[in-house]
Each structure stands twice: as structure tokens, then as C-alpha cells.
Design a protein around this ligand. Structure first.
Ligand code: AMP
Length: 392
């Protein structure tokens, strides 16, 4: 199927052509026709499947075709993280650039000043994280009474991050008669219940997590010791084929530590995590996307939704405790049919995590034995391999 079969208007088609999109992704193929005719939708899809365009394209089209447009906010998109909010806002800019659509994004952790100015000018589409939205509604800067479409993005993440009550509080401010679209990577019972309370006779669209994507990714496992992990990373980064790497650590502190080591060895890198200001995170992300940084070190929450088209390598510097997180992490490479490499470090203490991951993906991760920083038998924690260890 091509986008031509979806009855899209010329300004949207032009924007998609400019982006090089010709074929809709499965979630787009399933969702766009329903959203275009105004139906509610329950979409089961995760970041990386093209779900942003799956709702942004028909929303832009519907707004464009509205015969008697109302004044005020017509569409609200609620999303759990600042990074996702910014990315969705950028998507509306890209797909809507040949229409007169106005949009803005609001999120916490920064001054509200510019956000309020943007809101006062009036916008068609508002993209928001829950806390700042409620805050600005409370201050009287946001009126949602004329809203036509509400999108709840990453609903399961809202639940994980403790935002579900905020979401419910936002819904109280919306007109009862509206179109609602709910997207979630998984449908735990609580989200299913929320969907039933918010959606009216919804169409359903579902794409399974990217098992096929995982097949395109070469996975490697290095057994090592905790103290040797930075050296092992530096050793592997000597390979110039690693053009852009996303490195996952368990903690914010761990992310900073890795960056200090990399910078000392002149590897251009930066960390993104919740302790960094929004501006610092966005600057680091932009530099990475532009190729000015070779390595971005991140925690899972900060990296959620970050969308980098050309990522050659993902490192699990620390293995995640939740096996699904491993699949999400490595799915950052091997996007859009490209191949990619996912490298995991595993210490003796992380062997249980490894077992959980291998059970989930249904295979053993191939082990690379021949490297200078192996785990030493009988050593559980911090003994370095004597040769080649640098001092930090
Ligand atoms: P998302 O799941 O919304 O985070 O999108 C993942 C990536 O796929 C983004 O880089 C989009 O720009 C890209 N993308 C979305 N739809 C298409 C499409 N139909 N063809 C090619 N790339 C797409």
C-alpha cells in the first residue's frame, strides 16, 4: 500500500514526499482511515513504529478540512516525557508545514513564560506533559472547552511514571463529546480499564513489538567485571565502525561516570538523564543527531522516545532488570530496515538479568570470548584484569 491509497490531501502528501515517506507503516495503515472519519481508536504500538505520524497525519488533515473552524485549542496530545512532547511537536511542524496549522508544546522543568506567550497567541494543537498542563489549566491559561480530539500517548508509561491520576484529572476538563485516541505499547488491565472509560466504540489497531527489527540486529555479549566496564567500552570504541552509539546505564550517576571516562579519553560524548536541565538534554540530543557527539549515555527514562534514525550501536553498559527493557533498548538501532549492533556487558551479579532476557527473546545472546577484560573466575566484584587497565 502507498500513502496515495489513503486519500490524503495535497498539503499533507507534499510534506510526506518531502520527508521521503512513500509507504505507510502498519500502524499508519490501520489507524489513519479510522481517525480520518472521526472514530475513537485504541492503538497498541510503541515508539519506533511510526505511531506519531499515525495520529498526526489524520489530525492535520481533519483540521485542514474543517468547514467552520472554532477558535481555541482543537487538539490536545498528552505524553509522559518532555522529550516525547518535543518530538511530537516537531512532527506536527514537519507534516503540517504546508498547512496553516498552529501548534505548541508545554512541559515542566523550565520557566512557563514562553509557553504562556505561545498559548496566548492561540494554537490549534497543544502537546503537553500532564503536570505542566494541569498547572497552566489551574492558572487559567488553557481552555479546553472547544476541543475536538484528545490523544493519550504512551498510556502504559503514564501508569509506570505515576501520572495516571493526572491524566484522569485532565480528562475532567475535556468536552464529553470528542474524539479520543489512546496509544500504548502494552495493555495492562489498568490501561484497558482506562481505555474503556474514555473511548466510545473504538476501532482497534495493533502492531506487535518489533520482533522482526530484533532479527536485523546483531547481538553480542561480553562477560566482564564491574570495574572493567569503562575500559571494555573504550576498547570497543576503538572500532571506527561505531559511528554513533547509545549507551544505557542503570543510574544517572553511572551515566555521568561513563561520560567522564569517555571525555578523558577524548571520545566526544554527553549524558542525558533526569538531573540535567531540559536545555542541556536537548542540546546533547541535537549534537548527537548532528553527528557532533559520537556517544550518548542515557538512562531508560531519559532515552524513552528519543528517535535517532542513524544509530549504529546500542550498548547495554548495565543490563536492565526488566527483560522487555532490553528489547526496547536494542530496538533503537536497526530502525527502518537498517542493520545495527547491540552489545551487552554482563557481570556475575547480572547473570539473572541475562537469563530473563534470553528467556524473553527465546535465544542465547552470542558471547564474545576473546577480549582483554574478561570476568575473572571466582571474582564476583571488582578485581581488574591486570593488563591494559587505565587509572581513573
Ligand atoms: P515514531 O514511532 O513515531 O517514533 O516514528 C519512528 C520513526 O519513523 C521516525 O523517525 C519517523 O520519522 C519515521 N517514520 C514514520 N512513518 C514513516 C513512514 N511511513 N516512512 C518512513 N519513515 C517513517
Amino acid at each position: 500500500m502507498s500513502f496515495k491509497n489513503l486519500n490524503l490531501i495535497e498539503p499533507v502528501m507534499k510534506a510526506l514526499t518531502a520527508e521521503g515517506y512513500t509507504v505507510p507503516t502498519p500502524i499508519q495503515e490501520q489507524a489513519i482511515p479510522h481517525i480520518m472519519v472521526g472514530r475513537d481508536l485504541q492503538g497498541c504500538a510503541q515508539t519506533g513504529t511510526g505511531k506519531t505520524a499515525a495520529f498526526a497525519i489524520p489530525i492535520i488533515q481533519n483540521l485542514y478540512l474543517q468547514k467552520q473552524p472554532v477558535n481555541g485549542i482543537k487538539v490536545l496530545i498528552l505524553t509522559p516525557t518532555r522529550e516525547l512532547a518535543i518530538q511530537i511537536d516537531q512532527s506536527f511542524a514537519v507534516y503540517g508545514k504546508f498547512t496553516r496549522l498552529t501548534h505548541t508544546v508545554i512541559y515542566g522543568g523550565v520557566s512557563q513564560h514562553h509557553q504562556v506567550i505561545a498559548l496566548k497567541k492561540g494554537v490549534d494543537v497543544l502537546i503537553a506533559t500532564p503536570g505542566r498542563l494541569l498547572d497552566l489549566i489551574g492558572q487559567g491559561f488553557i481552555d479546553l472547552r472547544r476541543l475536538g480530539t484528545f490523544v493519550l500517548d504512551e498510556a502504559d508509561r503514564m501508569l509506570d511514571m505515576g501520572f495516571i491520576n493526572d491524566v484522569k484529572k485532565v480528562v475532567v476538563h475535556l468536552p464529553k463529546k470528542r474524539q479520543t485516541l489512546l496509544f500504548s505499547a502494552t495493555m495492562p488491565p489498568e490501561i484497558e480499564k482506562l481505555a474503556q472509560s474514555m473511548l466510545v466504540n473504538p476501532a482497534k489497531a495493533e502492531v506487535t513489538p518489533p520482533a522482526t527489527t530484533v532479527d536485523l540486529i546483531e547481538q553480542q555479549l561480553y562477560h566482564t567485571n564491574k570495574i572493567n566496564k569503562p575500559d571494555l567500552l573504550l576498547h570497543l570504541l576503538e572500532d571506527k565502525d561505531i559511528r554513533s552509539a547509545l549507551v544505557f546505564t542503570r543510574t544517572k550517576h553511572g551515566a555521568d561516570k561513563v561520560v567522564r571516562v569517555l571525555l578523558r579519553e577524548k571520545v566526544k560524548s554527553a549524558a542525558i538523564h533526569g538531573n540535567k536541565s531540559q536545555n542541556a538534554r536537548q542540546a546533547a540530543l541535537n549534537s548527537f543527531k548532528e553527528g557532533k557527539l559520537r556517544v550518548l549515555v542515557a538512562t531508560d527514562i531519559a532515552a524513552r522516545g528519543i528517535d535517532i534514525d542513524d544509530l549504529t550501536h546500542v550498548f547495554n553498559f548495565d543490563l536492565p532488570e526488566v527483560p522487555e527493557t532490553y528489547v526496547h533498548r536494542i530496538g533503537r538501532t536497526g530502525r527502518a530496515g537498517n542493520s545495527g549492533t547491540a552489545i551487552a556487558f554482563c557481570t556475575t551479579e547480572e547473570k539473572d538479568d541475562l537469563r530473563g532476557i534470553e528467556k524473553l527473546i527465546g535465544r542465547k545472546v552470542p558471547v564474545v570470548d576473546n577480549h582483554p577484560f574478561p570476568a575473572i573466575a571466582g571474582d564476583t566484584v571488582n578485581k581488574p584484569a591486570p593488563a591494559r587497565r587505565r587509572r581513573y
